[in-house]
Design a protein around this ligand. Structure first.
Ligand SMILES: C[S@@+](CC[C@H](N)C(=O)[O-])C[C@H]1O[C@@H](n2cnc3c(N)ncnc32)[C@H](O)[C@@H]1O
Length: 277
């Protein structure tokens, strides 16, 4: 049997990723090899001549073949980082995005005196968990329509040592209380845009977390229609939105009687966050 060293498997993985047009092939290969061998990425270069076992070789070849068909790195690793916290992910939840960190950052900065939050469509729980970590004594309720997402969200809350009340609800169907903040990063991609997404997203992340009817606006409409019943007197709504949706969501918000509407941009200067009072 041929001997495989870390150097040899690294070169092989990089070549495989280049053949299959995986972006950042070297970084991907290093990350996956380090993960499988349970070492730090930089340690690879101290251990280049180290021989790997047959089991390790098989495990690395297996994950390289998963990445070669464009499965996201985060699903292969089973985790990602969000606002500095480790968040478990699998195919049942959207991989939390950097844009969503901006939403959370804004709330942490601007909303220090609130008592209660409802996070609609919590997915991995990334928003709710980060807010629980950074806002003191806030009661947080987080919902999703998908049972499998709620399982991961609960595991993430336990792992990050925060107390959040998770439960299943179709938007407001099983929500009873009123909240100082209603937050949602709902599915907001129109079917037309969804069809154009790269396979890394379209073939692996749950469609139910991404695509929405009515040009991607249906969840904003459904949330805004009922929001007043679930907001305290000075309650506010925070949304993550698609880059071209601010005008249309403003119209919807006005239709349901909201008048204080603000839009905030992301780091690429796209409209990304809305605050509606
Ligand atoms: C864009 S993902 C956001 C996930 C997570 N909050 C984040 O920001 O990473 C939208 C989430 O909404 C959930 N969802 C879809 N339809 C829903 C509904 N009718 N009621 C509640 N949640 C829903 C999906 O399962 C998914 O977890």
């Amino acid at each position: 049997m041929k001997i495989w060293t870390i150097s040899k498997i690294l070169n092989w993985a990089v070549t495989e990723f280049k053949k299959n047009s995986i972006s950042s092939p070297k970084q991907n290969a290093e990350t996956l090899i380090a993960h499988t061998l349970n070492i730090k990425r930089l340690d690879i270069y101290l251990l280049l001549d180290k021989e790997i076992s047959g089991t390790q070789l098989e495990a690395i070849m297996n994950i390289v073949s998963r990445r070669n068909i464009h499965e996201p790195l985060q699903y292969i690793l089973g985790e990602t980082e969000f606002y500095g916290y480790k968040i478990k992910v699998n195919k049942n939840v959207l991989i939390p995005r950097p844009e969503t960190e901006l939403l959370v950052e804004k709330i942490i900065h601007d909303e220090k005196n609130i008592n209660s939050i409802l996070d609609i469509g919590t997915g991995s729980g990334a928003i709710a968990i980060t807010l629980a970590k950074n806002l003191n004594s806030v009661l947080i309720e987080a919902t999703d329509i998908e049972n499998e997402a709620l399982i991961i969200a609960k595991q993430n809350a336990t792992f990050n040592c925060v107390d959040i009340n998770f439960h299943k609800s179709d938007i407001f169907s099983d929500v009873l209380g009123t909240y100082d903040l209603i937050i949602s990063n709902p599915p907001y991609i129109s079917q037309k845009d969804y069809d154009q997404l790269p396979i890394e997203i379209k073939d692996f992340e749950p469609k139910s977390a991404l695509q929405a009817d009515d040009n991607g606006l249906t969840f904003y409409d459904k949330i805004l229609q009922k929001a007043k019943e679930h907001l305290t007197e000075s309650g506010k709504i925070y949304f993550e939105i698609g880059y071209d949706q601010a005008k249309m969501i403003t119209q919807i918000a006005k239709k349901y009687g909201f008048s204080d509407i603000q839009v905030f941009k992301d780091l690429n200067s796209f409209d990304r966050i809305m605050r509606i009072i």
